[in-house]
Each structure stands twice: as C-alpha cells, then as structure tokens.
Design a protein around this ligand. Structure first.
Ligand code: 5GP
Ligand code: ZN
Length: 122
C-alpha cells in the first residue's frame, strides 16, 4: 500500500505497507495497531499513525484529530486484547520521544500494556 508520507527506510512504515509481517490488533484509514515483538506485559501492543510522523516532537495542530482518535480508541483496544477492567485492572500507555526519552523506532508509536502483574518491565 502506498502512503503519501511513507518512508521506505522506516520499519513501521514497512509494517504499514505489509512488507514486514505484524500481528494486527486494529486497522483503519489512519491508524494501525499491532503486537509488540518483545512484549513487557501479558498485553503489549503498539498504536501508530499510518503516516510517517517521526515522534511526538513533530506534532502540530493538524494532528489533533488523529491523536484524539488514537487516545479514545486505546481503551477499547486494551479491553479487547484482554486488559482487565478499571479500576482493578487497567493499562499503561507510554510514548518514548527522542534519544533521552528512550525512543528507538522513529515513527510515532504508543505502547499500550496491561494484564496481570508482574510484568517483565515497566
Ligand atoms: P521504543 O523504544 O522506540 O518506544 O520502542 C520500539 C518498540 O518497537 C519496542 O518495544 C520493540 O520491541 C518494537 N519493535 C521493534 N521492531 C519491531 C517489529 O519489527 N515488529 C514489532 N511488532 N515490534 C517491533
Ligand atoms: Zn515510518
């Protein structure tokens, strides 16, 4: 699939394009969600915009709708993936940004983690 802001060097753009396989959790016109390849928690998936936005530091007002869609969808996906209900269950969302923020893949992604503890990390 061609996307106007596809970066052929980017691993997550290659997942969006179907060039690298992923275990999909959700897909719509603007977003893709898939399981993290190295999960830290019983539930651990990533939510990404299909467009190549490198990080949170690249967001502008034009992305408010996209990010609002992502944030409001996350709880539904978390529940569908097996996170237990709030308040005894719940989930954690993490967005690493830049080197000091611990970002390794430079295509904006939101980690959504949950399930019974202990977790291997986080
Ligand atoms: P970051 O440190 O950038 O926030 O996290 C990147 C995440 O992407 C890591 O948790 C890593 O396991 C995950 N990841 C990296 N490459 C792949 C991949 O090819 N497929 C999947 N499903 N996850 C990946
Ligand atoms: Zn990308």
């Amino acid at each position: 699939m061609h996307h106007p802001s596809h970066d052929p060097e980017c691993i997550f753009c290659r997942i969006v394009a179907g060039e690298i396989p992923s275990k999909k959790v959700h897909e719509d016109e603007h977003l893709l969600a898939f399981h993290d390849i190295h999960p830290w928690a019983p539930v651990h998936f990533l939510m990404i915009p299909k467009a190549h936005i490198p990080s949170m530091a690249h967001l502008g007002a034009e992305h408010a709708g996209l990010m609002g869609h992502l944030m409001t969808l996350a709880p539904q996906l978390a529940q569908a993936q097996g996170c237990n209900p709030y308040p005894d269950g719940g989930f954690r969302m993490v967005i690493n940004t830049g080197a000091e923020g611990g970002q390794e893949v430079h295509h904006l992604h939101v980690h959504v983690m949950g399930g019974p503890r202990p977790w291997s990390k986080g």
